[in-house]
Write a protein that binds this ligand. Structure first.
Ligand SMILES: [Zn+2]
Length: 201
């Protein structure tokens, strides 16, 4: 299984392409326009977009991706309503173009896409219904957990207590994982458990 991180989208957010066969991929978030050209350079066909949360800098490429591919877009249960809410629109001051959400995930749900087993972990706090995804030895945390830091909780719909609980829920997973974040470089769960400035295990 391979992870290709496409960095430097809108607001320096990351898109992570996860593939088992090196061809069909699942995208974690879809923050940048012209993503299709970048995927084509890597010979990747996106089959699904798994949104960690609905902030503009993580969904900005969704409408365009749907125009050009058959990818289906998913998010945490309840986040679908938050994405198109006035509350979310007010954060970035942009009009969020409607795009179809094919389905939503509950906490603990296990799905299979592109031949990969994917576990959904509800991690609210940065947004009301944000989620993280566990694929093999890789954990995709969106804006919940960063290298040495955690996400903001001061946006509309954010909640610091929930966010800290969510980070601790990730720390409570068994074993170590490579952590791919919504912004910045990857880290490991063990490193954050010991060294994170904001929440430690
Ligand atoms: Zn965010």
């Amino acid at each position: 299984m391979g992870v290709i991180s496409i960095m430097g989208g809108g607001f320096e957010s990351n898109v992570h392409a996860v593939t088992k066969d090196g061809y069909h991929c699942v995208l974690i978030d879809c923050s940048r326009k012209n993503l299709i050209d970048t995927l084509a350079r890597h010979c990747l066909i996106p089959e699904a977009v798994l949104l960690t949360h609905g902030h503009w800098d993580h969904i900005a490429g969704c409408a365009e991706l749907l125009k050009h591919t058959d990818a289906k877009i998913y998010c945490g249960e309840g986040e679908d309503k938050f994405i198109f809410s006035e509350e979310n629109k007010s954060i970035f001051g942009v009009n969020i173009p409607k795009f179809e959400i094919a389905g939503t995930f509950k906490d603990g749900e296990e799905i299979e896409l592109c031949g990969m087993k994917i576990k959904v972990i509800a991690t609210p706090g940065h947004t009301p219904h944000g989620v993280s995804y566990l694929i093999d030895d890789n954990l995709f945390t969106g804006d919940t957990l960063f290298k040495g830091s955690i996400g903001r909780s001061d946006f509309p719909g954010g909640d610091m207590d929930e966010l800290v609980k969510s980070v601790k829920k990730l720390y409570a997973l068994d074993g170590n994982y490579t952590v791919y974040c919504g912004h910045g470089l990857e880290t490991t769960l063990d490193y954050e458990r010991k060294n994170n400035m904001f929440v430690r295990a």
